[in-house]
Design a protein around this ligand. Structure first.
Ligand code: G6P
Length: 611
């Protein structure tokens, strides 16, 4: 959802640093990109439509400068074209800004500025920001102009601004992530809270991978905060100063050293991150189970004591949450509520200080979840974050955090984080039932079976099936119990990367409508369980088969109804975890066969930081 990176420091290749950083943030948005460089008293802006990874640099691309910043865009306001690409400059060219988020009151601000004679060139909401700063600059210092502008903006945002003639960078945050990286941070004092930090160079990024090659000393900006970076009077290093947007008062922040290894992600021998991340599931389930027992027990106790537990998530994480309803019913004999993050605000009537909110989020930055947290805080609801990105907003705002431990997930379509989240919710259900050891055993067995079946031969089998169905218009997926949300998740996975129309249904629901969509050759992927529901699901499968449907059975056991059999191990309560893996592979192969980039699906972004 738009990537931002900025650099100011003691190197003269700031433009190159910024463009390389943007390439690492491409998963946040890839409609267009741009960067700005300070050249003398001017700021030069370069921008282009398309993916930053396809940008061809030449010897003349970058100026010699120590200040630059850039942006990779996921369009919200305004078409995908060069004019709407960031950075945006004020009409007088004095102020240049990159921005992530939405300025909800941009129409009013634009009108106000137009009355003052400002001419706008783009359709974006962002363009009001540099123009407001330019307007405030008439009577204010640069920092005050930026602060007053940030105060005027309604909505979730993060922006970086530079002013022509100033060797300074400003960044403000309210709702969208911004992290400061400090190279050669001195004096080293991780323990202390500091209002001013010194370093040889500063980075500002919407995610840490943007600058990890340079430093792992970071400061996470919180909502309502502003940072000003400037050269030291001795001109041999740089300062970062932190301020509260509302009052302009200096504030103290903590410098954190992040675990470099865990934050790096390279493709290695794999053609795509998605494939690499699918294969990493050989070990990520085990890592997910490596939880602090006391914390899991603490959350289990919160669930037992709560008067209403809500699981919330968006997209894939929302489907993971939906399994909780079935897992808790079966394993812990407990009812829990499940709702998408964007719908949580409809449940206000039920929220009290006895409610528990469990948010599942890979990035920990999804705006719909953070909005839900706002309501939760107002109503004194306790919060638990099941989060993959340590240090993310959800992690920092949760009363208790259960880390997903899947490592950096780069591909937009979530895979390894999904199954790790599923493992944690399953373990939680067992813990609530007072059987954490049994939960660990079931999940450890599932993890070891994944290690066995997830191999290149298995992937080749899925590729063969993908070849047979790659030209279909639609396909459907069914499941019962916790496999039903997995059918929904399978549909998302297939939609996201193959662009084939895919829909998931509860197995028994097919005959109540969707059966009308089945014609000769329509693929139906069926999660067919062992045990008491097998016969039910098989009879739903038979109804499709009778109408010419082509059956792809995902099951530990073959059946004569299946045209294709995707074998999965029988792993009891962990079945949803192993069932979704072959569909991730199928989606991946379909994407590649259809010449789509599975890592960067069209119109999507990895973390959606707008409502
Ligand atoms: C976006 C991504 C999805 C993801 C969802 C929730 O829509 O494209 O893959 O499932 O956000 O993200 P989160 O980081 O909260 O899990």
């Amino acid at each position: 959802m738009c990537g931002i990176i900025a650099f100011l420091g003691n190197r003269d290749n700031a433009g190159k640093i910024v463009v390389d950083g943007l390439k690492k943030l491409e998963y946040r948005g890839y409609d267009s990109f741009g960067f700005a460089e300070k050249i003398g008293d001017k700021i030069r802006v370069s921008k282009s439509v398309g993916k930053i990874s396809e940008f061809k640099e030449t010897a003349k691309t970058f100026a010699k400068t120590n200040l630059a910043f850039g942006h990779t865009r996921w369009a919200t306001h305004g078409k995908v074209n060069r004019v709407n690409a960031h950075p945006h400059a004020s009409a007088d060219s004095k102020v240049v800004v990159v921005h992530n988020g939405i300025v909800e009151n941009h129409a009013d601000l634009r009108k106000m500025l137009e009355k003052k004679g400002v001419k706008f060139v783009s359709e974006t909401d962002t363009e009001v920001i540099p123009n407001l700063i330019a307007d405030f600059l008439r009577k204010n210092s640069p920092r005050e102009a930026v602060r007053k502008t940030a105060q005027k903006l309604v909505g979730r945002f993060a922006f970086v601004a530079a002013i022509a003639g100033e060797s300074k960078l400003f960044a403000a945050r309210n709702g969208s992530p911004l992290i400061l990286g400090i190279e050669k941070f001195y004096p080293k004092s991780d323990e202390k809270l500091l209002a001013k930090v010194d370093g040889s160079a500063f980075f500002i990024g919407s995610d840490v991978p943007a600058f990890l090659d340079f430093t792992h000393d970071v400061v996470y900006l919180d909502d309502g905060e502003l940072v000003e970076i400037e050269e030291s009077p001795t001109k041999d290093h740089f300062h970062g100063h932190f301020f509260e947007i509302a009052s302009g008062r200096p504030i103290k922040k903590r410098v954190i050293s992040i675990d470099l290894k865990a934050s790096r992600a390279e493709k290695g021998d794999f053609t795509h991150f998605m494939l690499k991340e699918i294969f990493e599931q050989k070990e990520t389930i085990t890592r997910a189970l490596n939880q602090d027992e006391k914390q899991i027990e603490r959350v289990a106790e919160l669930i037992r004591r709560s008067f209403g537990t809500f699981f919330i998530g968006c997209g894939t994480a929302g489907k993971v949450c939906a399994t909780a309803e079935y897992l808790f019913a079966k394993i812990a004999r407990r009812h829990v509520n499940v709702i998408f993050g964007s719908e949580f605000d409809t449940q206000e009537a039920f929220l009290t200080d006895r409610t528990l909110l469990i948010a599942v989020s890979q990035s920990g930055e999804t705006a719909d979840i953070l909005e839900a947290y706002k309501i939760a805080k107002q109503k004194k609801v306790k919060t638990v974050g099941v989060v993959n990105v340590a240090g993310s907003s959800v992690a920092r705002q949760s009363d208790v955090v259960l880390p997903v431990n899947a490592g950096v997930e780069k591909a937009v379509a979530s895979t390894k984080a999904t199954t790790a989240q599923l493992a944690i919710l399953t373990l939680l259900a067992f813990t609530v039932a007072g059987k954490p050891e049994e939960g660990k055993r079931v999940l450890a067995e599932a993890a070891s079976s994944i290690n066995d079946f997830l191999n290149p031969r298995y992937s080749a089998h899925l590729e063969k099936i993908a070849r047979k169905i790659k030209n279909v218009e639609s396909l459907y997926i069914i499941g019962k119990g916790a496999d039903y949300p997995m059918a929904l998740e399978a549909a998302i996975k297939l939609q996201e990367v193959s662009y084939i129309h895919a829909e998931g249904f509860a197995a028994g629901e097919l005959k109540h409508g969707p059966l009308a969509l089945i014609t000769k050759g329509t693929p139906l992927i069926a999660f067919v369980p062992m045990g008491k529901f097998r016969a039910d699901v098989l009879s739903n499968v038979a109804e499709v088969k009778a109408r010419g449907g082509r059956i792809i059975g995902v099951s530990p056991k073959n059946d004569e109804l299946f045209d294709e059999w995707i074998r999965v191990p029988a792993v009891g309560a962990a079945q949803p975890i192993v069932n979704i893996i072959p569909i991730q592979l199928l989606a991946y192969h379909l994407a590649v066969l259809r010449k789509n980039n599975p890592d960067l699906p069209r119109n999507l972004a990895k973390s959606v930081t707008v409502k």
